[in-house]
Design a protein around this ligand. Structure first.
Ligand SMILES: [Zn+2]
Ligand SMILES: [Zn+2]
Length: 262
């Protein structure tokens, strides 16, 4: 049984030489999901030797560029590599038009079907389900319509009959309204763009601090917390890790290239 997440990008808006902007690869019993697709994502997939064509579902949290500027490049590469299988993209309304315009002006017709699923601001929206996994979206609190994603594994492990779950929450201000949706998950990814000394700037930009991410993890009684979406201002991430661990000891850094089991 596999239920793991590989971090392809852990930075916020500006890529650095050490950290790419947002992208996660989730493997739920060999169902492969790409969560966000920032600039440089296809190079990261190559770097970590992930077979592109195995990705069948892409979830885009919102339409700030650091979460989807890599998408047209990735879609085009799949086309050039001769993809035949369907690709499903779950994203806020607007993305389909952007992608279609980029394809139109380059006279490109993709040789494989792309199916767009617009996300709506309802509470918990079912997106996908098969015999192995169940996926929902839910709204986050940010400056444009933004969605978190919840993945529940459906195959029960003999020793552990409870279903395992992963929640992906970026970008968002501190928001206790998400607690019922992510309550008790095995692994919570929550953005921590800043440290607590920049709480005012975080609130103004509708982002969270490491301490606020820990507070959400604690109140939601999750088992492990993964923090990421770091501001490029932080070269060393240890202080963010310590800040979060003060409140929630089971915190880990979402560093590029790591794989963590859910
Ligand atoms: Zn962002
Ligand atoms: Zn954003």
């Amino acid at each position: 049984m596999v239920f793991s997440v590989t971090i392809l990008g852990s930075n916020s808006a500006i890529p650095t030489l050490k950290r790419n902007p947002s992208a996660h690869l989730l493997n739920v019993n060999e169902r492969i999901f790409l969560l966000d697709c920032a600039e440089g994502t296809q190079l990261q997939l190559r770097r970590y030797r992930i077979h592109f064509q195995r990705i069948r579902h892409i979830m885009i949290s919102h339409l700030h560029g650091d979460h989807y500027y890599g998408l047209i490049g990735f879609l085009t590469t799949l086309h050039l590599l001769g993809r035949k299988d369907e690709l499903h993209i779950y994203a806020p309304a607007g993305l389909e038009e952007i992608i279609q315009m980029q394809l139109n002006v380059s006279s490109t017709t993709l040789i494989y079907p792309v199916i767009f699923h617009p996300l709506v601001s309802a509470a918990l929206q079912p997106l996908f389900e098969d015999e192995r996994v169940m996926v929902h979206s839910f709204p986050l609190l940010h400056s444009v319509p933004t969605f978190g994603f919840l993945f529940r594994e459906k195959i029960k492990v003999r020793k552990n009959p409870a279903l395992r779950a992963y929640a992906y929450c970026t970008d968002t201000a501190y928001d206790e309204q998400i607690i019922p949706w992510i309550s008790g998950v095995d692994l919570l990814y929550h953005e921590a763009t800043f440290m607590q000394d920049m709480a005012a700037a975080a609130a103004e930009k509708m982002h969270s601090t490491a301490r606020e991410a820990a507070m959400i993890a604690k109140k939601s009684r999750v088992k492990k917390l993964l923090i990421g979406h770091f501001s490029a201002r932080y070269d060393d991430l240890t202080p963010l890790l310590h800040e979060s661990r003060e409140l929630f000891p089971e915190t880990f850094l979402a560093e590029d290239g790591i794989t963590i089991n859910v």
